[in-house]
Write a protein that binds this ligand. Structure first.
Ligand SMILES: CC(C)(COP(=O)(O)OP(=O)(O)OC[C@H]1O[C@@H](n2cnc3c(N)ncnc32)[C@H](O)[C@@H]1OP(=O)(O)O)[C@@H](O)C(=O)NCCC(=O)NCCS
Length: 100
């Protein structure tokens, strides 16, 4: 399901097989509007949406070189569970979780 939080688009889906886990993915701030605090504010709204939807836990993946998104996750107390090197991109990808 797609969300629009102050112009920041993202998706939240139930993890197949465990519907109390929300998978956060595909967030983006429109080009030209980044690094202005929009992503940070929208992230808090996104967590509120997940809470309203009754989820217990949120899960997401992030390229470990994505400093902006990692900073947002750290500020909101997400925990890095592990990481892997993607055989698709060669990048290190972190897997993060947070209680809702
Ligand atoms: C990642 C993204 C959602 C962050 O949103 P944003 O509005 O640009 O970020 P904000 O302005 O709210 O900044 C959040 C934090 O990241 C830092 N930051 C922002 N852009 C940064 C950059 N290019 N490099 C390093 N740090 C950056 C900010 O300083 C801020 O940290 P602070 O709170 O310590 O000051 C946005 O940049 C984006 O859409 N990127 C492309 C898509 C993407 O990577 N999505 C995430 C996939 S998991």
């Amino acid at each position: 399901m797609r969300f629009n939080h102050n112009g920041v688009l993202s998706n939240i889906e139930a993890l197949p097989g465990c519907s109390q886990i929300a998978v956060f993915h595909s967030v983006f701030v429109p080009l030209g509007q980044r690094h202005n605090g929009l992503g940070k504010t929208a992230h808090k709204m996104r967590l509120e949406s997940a809470k309203d939807l009754g989820y217990d836990v949120a899960l997401c993946t992030v390229d470990l070189e994505n400093e902006a998104q990692i900073s947002i996750l750290e500020e909101n107390n997400w925990k890095q569970l592990t990481y892997f090197t993607s055989s698709k991109t060669g990048h290190k990808v972190g897997i993060f979780a947070k209680g809702i």
